[in-house]
Design a protein around this ligand. Structure first.
Ligand code: PMP
Ligand code: GLU
Length: 402
């Protein structure tokens, strides 16, 4: 076996956690390669293909020779489409200098944290949080401050909790709505209450991650930047991955105050340059076209949501909320902690996820990756038949635990 040279790695990399969503998907792929029939519900990725009109636009871009470097903050055509989208869907006015296109919303979040965090800065993260927020904040040098919300509160942090957590060092707040991993959607009054707290505290910025905007089953989407006094301190993050089934295209964008956008473009100019040229061309067409295909996917996700809630409620000890968006469900499975089937014992959410993967051959992600040790995340971006089979396997495996 090759000797271990990992001590040569930088301290920063040694302390960086691996993405649990990507790790669980890789483990599921490994088991599949070994010949097992594994159902992977661990990665957040629509099971639909990118709609044809978007793929056709990418082909057209290639034929037109749109294959060179792009301006670092994004192709003009795509930034124009983003500006129009933000006006049309969110009632927000932005200019070209306020938009930065990146290789996925993930890079937008990294750019923002690198641009804003100093070592004394606290970053309040609404929890359950999307897996990468915390590692990106730490990598950027900020101090994550976890604000927990349990299932009883529909996993939503209250304005009072935020007020209590703010200190003189608070610099940034990060949350997603619709939320990954819970599917919860903050209502307009809930966001207003949060904005009201922030109006009392100057110099705190907000990353509003709205990447699941088009996968919303309830009230119309509220953009945080549109709330009174919030425009100048909000960085809206969005992208093509979820609403347009374009995860592999790696295209996300932010809309921000100009000074933040230009700092992010400066970082990106040194690390990756502008995102893919023909991809951006096609993404512009996606935003400019009818959203019919996005809403058709949303309707399908909503049907599956109702189905999976019913199936999970049928497993003894599972507690579920009713997610209003995204394509995740985040059941509380703590009932099983400490229980055994005579062979294996489920200790916590991590061991729950591993037991289910190795024995029921269903890939899910432990809630601990999202800051909640009682829950697991199931992505229901899969066919109804696949979901039924996955839940059948989980239920059958757990039936022997007492
Ligand atoms: N934010 C949230 C809440 C996510 O779930 C994801 C992952 N899909 C991202 C950001 C990053 O998305 P991408 O980099 O694919 O645009
Ligand atoms: N964001 C998706 C998820 O939560 C994709 C994987 C990742 O980028 O972490 O599963």
């Amino acid at each position: 076996m090759a000797s271990d040279h990992s001590h040569f790695l930088s301290d920063q990399i040694k302390s960086l956690g691996e993405s649990a969503t990507l790790k669980m998907s890789a483990l599921a792929r490994e088991l599949t390669a070994q010949g097992h029939d594994v159902i992977s519900l661990s990665i957040g990725q629509p099971d639909f293909d990118t709609p044809d009109h978007i793929k056709d636009a990418a082909k057209e871009a290639l034929d037109k020779g749109i294959t060179g470097y792009t301006p670092v903050p994004g192709l003009v055509k795509y930034r124009e489409a983003i500006i129009n989208k933000l006006k049309r869907d969110n009632g927000l006015d932005y200019n070209m200098k306020q938009i930065v296109v990146s290789n996925g919303a993930k890079q937008c979040i990294a750019n923002i944290c690198l641009a804003l965090c100093n070592s004394t800065d606290e970053v309040i993260i609404f929890t359950p949080y999307w897996v990468s927020y915390i590692e990106i904040v730490k990598f950027a040098g900020g101090k994550p401050v976890i604000l927990k919300a349990p299932i009883e509160n529909d996993f939503k942090v209250s304005a009072q909790q935020l007020e209590d957590a703010i200190t003189a060092n608070t610099k940034l707040i990060i949350f997603s709505s619709p939320c990954n991993p819970t599917g919860s959607v903050y209502t307009k009054p809930e966001l207003e209450a949060i904005a009201e707290v922030l109006r009392r505290h100057k110099d705190i910025f907000v990353v509003s991650d709205e990447i699941y905007e088009y996968i919303n089953f309830g009230d119309p989407h509220t953009s945080f930047a549109g709330l009174e006094g919030m425009y100048d301190r909000t960085i809206t993050v969005n992208g093509m991955s979820k609403g347009f089934a374009m995860t592999g295209w790696r295209l996300g964008y932010m809309a921000a105050p100009e000074w933040i956008a230009s700092a992010c473009a400066k970082i990106q100019g040194q690390f990756t340059s502008g995102a893919s040229a023909f991809g951006q061309y096609a993404a512009a067409v996606a935003l400019d076209s009818s959203l019919e295909t996005s809403y058709a996917m949303r309707d399908e996700f909503e049907k599956r949501k109702h189905m999976i809630i019913g199936l999970l409620q049928d497993i003894p000890g599972f507690r579920v909320n009713d997610p209003q968006g995204a394509f995740y469900i985040f059941p509380n499975v703590s009932h099983y902690f400490g229980k055994t089937n005579g062979k294996d014992t489920i200790i916590d959410a991590d061991s729950f996820a591993m037991e289910i993967l190795n024995n029921a051959h269903v890939g899910i992600v432990s809630g601990s990756a999202f800051g909640n040790d009682d829950c697991i995340r199931i992505s229901y971006a899969a066919s109804e038949e696949t979901l039924r089979e996955a839940v059948r396997r989980i239920k059958a495996f757990l039936a022997d635990f007492s």
